[in-house]
Structures are given as structure tokens and as C-alpha cells.
Design a binder for this molecule. Structure first.
Ligand code: BGC
Ligand code: ZN
Length: 367
């Protein structure tokens, strides 16, 4: 069976790899689910893995099969699977549990261990193959009415977690009625976070470099958010217009902007960081100013990584609700299909070189 893999540690090692077919017998308690892969999305994490900045192979292997944003159809289930059947559309969570209490209760995205296991990223093979098998605990059903949004399930789960974590953390306020949110970055996470926040009734400003109109601005305004080009309006100027936001979610992939977000948020507000920055950039920040403002304003900084099953379910509900409120908008994120695993060079080329490719994904198989 074909798979797209890299050799972690070696830059630009992306290649086609022959791997054994998966079998239900790999999951010992009879709760295995065999999935035929239909589509797999790629993102900046895959780019960094191919640049050898990030990611590790499973113990004993030199290669890592990539792919963590999957969409497929169930083809067979083990005898003890109760909630899924052949023909169901599904996606899969990315993390697999370690041994901490958080892992044991299903919140493996909050593991307290240094080592984490992520399919397609760290120490576990991914989904960029013709078929895969996993335990039913990690397979999440996708309603057939959302089939057209396929590979958005995983990025949406990360957006759903970021927003949910902010609301959970803000219970410290006893009453928190956020009115204004800034979303920094209009990549897939920024846009999907915009959707999640609009569905909760916030006034959302989605900030990105490009001057409007462009695809990102059209998607943001399609979700009835305000799109702001940072080439025209700085964050500081926007604060003068909108007042300080109650919530800022950074999804830029730039640690400089993640810190700049800290200068904008209002009293009792929260900044959520969602980007993985694999580089080594160092910047200077107005640390005294931030320090005093954060203490006097009881502000909170929250990191949010990955997502567990509940966040996938939340994200899927939000995508369904989004289709009711803003029909046809979310699918505009899915810009660049690549046909077949053999086209892995084209997949990486789009990911690395094409600035307009909002979402690259591979059509792996047909139903
Ligand atoms: C993935 C997350 C993962 C993170 C860190 C992201 O690209 O979408 O699931 O936790 O990278 O590895
Ligand atoms: Zn990702």
C-alpha cells in the first residue's frame, strides 16, 4: 500500500513509501475500525516536518508517514465496535494517549508528560495512506451533510478547543460576556476560529496582511466578521477604533505577533496562542509595559494545542451550524486539491511556494 512519508532529521525527504496494509487485528480488543482514506489535508506543520524542523518517527522506524487531517469512509469494524458501521464518513483525532491522568481520562491533548504522540507528526504514523486502522475511541463520525468540508474537521477541532478553553478559563470572572474578539491570521485556523466566535455572537475582527478584497477577506466577511488588513491598519490603530478586545486568538504562525497580541487585549481579557513556531526567532518586547498592564488588568495568556474527541464533536457541530448561518462559505477555504498520493511533489510545492493556497489537500481515494 502506498503512503507519503518523510525521513525526520533530513530536510526535503518527502517520498512515496510502500507500507503494509492495515488490519483490524492490530487493535486487540475488537474495537478496531478500518478506514478507506478519501482525503488528507496538509498544513504548516507538514511543511515544517519536511523541513526537518519538527516531528519524529515511531520507535524502530526511520520514516514517518505524514498526514494528520483525514477524512475517510469506514470499510470494516471489529466485533466489539458499537457506534460505527461500514459506509460511515469519519475523521480521526491526532493525539494518542500517554500515561498521565489527563491521558487516561480522554484529555490526551492536555497531557502533563513531555512526550506526546501524534499521528502523522510525532512518534506515530499518519493518515497519508490508502487506508488506516484505529481504535473506535479515536474515530469520529462526520455527518454526510458535511462531506463537502472533509479535511476541515481536524483544523476545526483545534479552533473549537481554543475557543472552548478561553470560555472555560474565563469562568474565573464569574460573569464573562465577551463582546469584541480579534483573530490574528486568516489561514485555516484563523478563519475557522472566526466562524466559531461569530456563532457565539461576538463581534469579530479578523486581521491579516493582504489588502481586501481577497479570498481571505471574502471568507471572513462571509462569516460576518470585519476583515482588517494590517498593511493598512496597525493593531494599535484598530484598538483606537474598536476599543480593547475581550479575547484575542493568535493564529499567525509568527511569535512576534503572538506577543504583540498581548499589548491589545482589554482588562480581564484573554489571549489564546494556537501557532506552532518551529523556528528560532528572537524579538525585543516592551516587557515592563506588558508586565504592568497585565497585572493591573488581570489578563490571561493561554496556550492551546491539538484537540480531543470532544473538541472534534464541538467543531463538527459548529461546521454544521456554520452551514446553516453562512451557507457555502467554509468550503471556500478548500482551495487546492492534488489528485493522488503520487503527486506528493506537487503537494509540497503548493504548500511551500504558493502563497494563495489557503488549503492544500490530497484526493487519496474514491468511494
Ligand atoms: C496539528 C495539531 C498538533 C500540532 C502540534 C498541528 O498542525 O493540527 O493536531 O497538535 O500541530 O504538533
Ligand atoms: Zn495541523
Amino acid at each position: 500500500m502506498k503512503a507519503i512519508a518523510v525521513t525526520p532529521g533530513i530536510p526535503n525527504s518527502v517520498h512515496l513509501q510502500d507500507i503494509p496494509d492495515p488490519t483490524l487485528g492490530e487493535i486487540p480488543d475488537g474495537k478496531g475500525v478500518l478506514v478507506k482514506t478519501l482525503k488528507v489535508g496538509v498544513d504548516a506543520t507538514d511543511r515544517e516536518i519536511n523541513e526537518a524542523l519538527y516531528g519524529n518517527p515511531p520507535p524502530g522506524d526511520k520514516h514517518l508517514v505524514i498526514g494528520h487531517e483525514c477524512f475517510g469512509v469506514v470499510t470494516a469494524v471489529g466485533p466489539n465496535v458499537s457506534g460505527l458501521k461500514p459506509g460511515d464518513y469519519v475523521t480521526a483525532t491526532v493525539r494518542r494517549p500517554g500515561g498521565s491522568i489527563y491521558d487516561v481520562i480522554g484529555t490526551y491533548d492536555m497531557t502533563s508528560e513531555e512526550t506526546y504522540y501524534e499521528r502523522g507528526i510525532n512518534l506515530r504514523h499518519g493518515f497519508m495512506t490508502e487506508a488506516f486502522v484505529d481504535h473506535e475511541d479515536y474515530i469520529v463520525r462526520v455527518p454526510s451533510g458535511l462531506k463537502h468540508l472533509h479535511v476541515l474537521m481536524e483544523p476545526m477541532s483545534c479552533a473549537a478547543k481554543a475557543v472552548h478553553q478561553a470560555f472555560e478559563a474565563q469562568r474565573r470572572m464569574r460573569v464573562w460576556r465577551p463582546r469584541v474578539a480579534y483573530v490574528l491570521g486568516a489561514g485555516q485556523i484563523g478563519l475557522l476560529t472566526t466562524l466559531a466566535l461569530r456563532l457565539r455572537g461576538l463581534q469579530v475582527y479578523t486581521l491579516a496582511r493582504g489588502a481586501a478584497p481577497n479570498l481571505k477577506s471574502e471568507i471572513a466577511t462571509g462569516f460576518e466578521a470585519q476583515y482588517v488588513s494590517t498593511a493598512e491598519t496597525s493593531i494599535a490603530d484598530l484598538v483606537k477604533q474598536s476599543g480593547r478586545p475581550d479575547l484575542v486568538v493568535d493564529a499567525t504562525g509568527s511569535s512576534r505577533l503572538a506577543f504583540e497580541a498581548m499589548t491589545a487585549v482589554g482588562h480581564n481579557g484573554v489571549v489564546v496562542w494556537t501557532s506552532i513556531t518551529g523556528g528560532k526567532q528572537q524579538i525585543e518586547i516592551p516587557s515592563d509595559m506588558i508586565n504592568i498592564q497585565w497585572v493591573l488588568g488581570n489578563k490571561l495568556l493561554l496556550g492551546s494545542v491539538n484537540a480531543n474527541r470532544e473538541h472534534f464533536e464541538m467543531g463538527i457541530r459548529d461546521l454544521a451550524m456554520g452551514e446553516m448561518m453562512f451557507p457555502g462559505v467554509a468550503e471556500r477555504i478548500l482551495t487546492n486539491p492534488v489528485d493522488g498520493l503520487d503527486q506528493y511533489h506537487e503537494m509540497m510545492r503548493l504548500l511551500v511556494e504558493d502563497r494563495d493556497a489557503l488549503k492544500v489537500f490530497v484526493n487519496v481515494g474514491q468511494e
